[in-house]
Design a protein around this ligand. Sequence first.
Ligand code: NAD
Length: 217
Amino acid sequence: MKYGIIGYSGRMGQAIEELFSEAGYELVYQKDENGEKEIEKPEVIIDFSLKEAFSDTVRVIEEKEVPLVIGTTGLDEEDFTKLDQLAEKAPVIQSFNFSIGINILSELIKKVNQYVDQDWDIEISETHHRFKKDKPSGTAIMLGDLLDREVEMHSKRLGSEFGEHEVDFASTGEVLTLKHRAYSREAFTRGVLMSAEAILELEPGFYTFSQILSDQT
Ligand code: NAD
């Protein structure tokens, strides 16, 4: 596979390149805040950059009409409308969290949500490394959207934590805690690799990582 990375020099960009080169794939396009370099047209572009770079990512994908795997967080409704437009021409796979564990956690949350009534308190907590810019994390927002009510969210930015998410469900007599912790960026890059391989076979359209995962399991 010949691929490109937007956000190439970032923490995720570097981890993605490492895993993709182990898999024998060739980086032919790269872009970051300092500019872009193209050796040849990529078959797929992977974007792990920043919300501020999103309009530029849209321009690149429109120009090249290539599939996009995007994990950048902080995107808003307007950005998702843009992704839908891009998806009319070439497939787009988006997730605020490409880890398999978080996607299993999502399924568990949907299940618990069926059992807890308004008498239960529900709160979401997340901890990430000190360099993470958005707050609460995209994953916390994604998990919150699975519940049928607004919930309190708590964020900590500490040291080099890769990403911890906890959802507490409590009544006056008991508490149920669901927790996920990523202890390396490989938690995400494996899902990105799976998505980049899958996207080459997909028709144009907007897909989430959990759809890709459920098709493969
Ligand atoms: P980082 O700050 O280390 O890297 C950001 C990258 O974006 C850098 O390469 C920077 O040069 C580049 N960039 C900045 N402005 C740009 C522009 N205008 N055009 C192109 N590139 C530009 O951040 P990170 O830790 O690598 O995370 C990157 C993104 O991925 C963040 O949004 C983060 O929240 C998200 N993330 C998502 C997942 C997931 O599973 N979806 C997992 C981890 C991180």
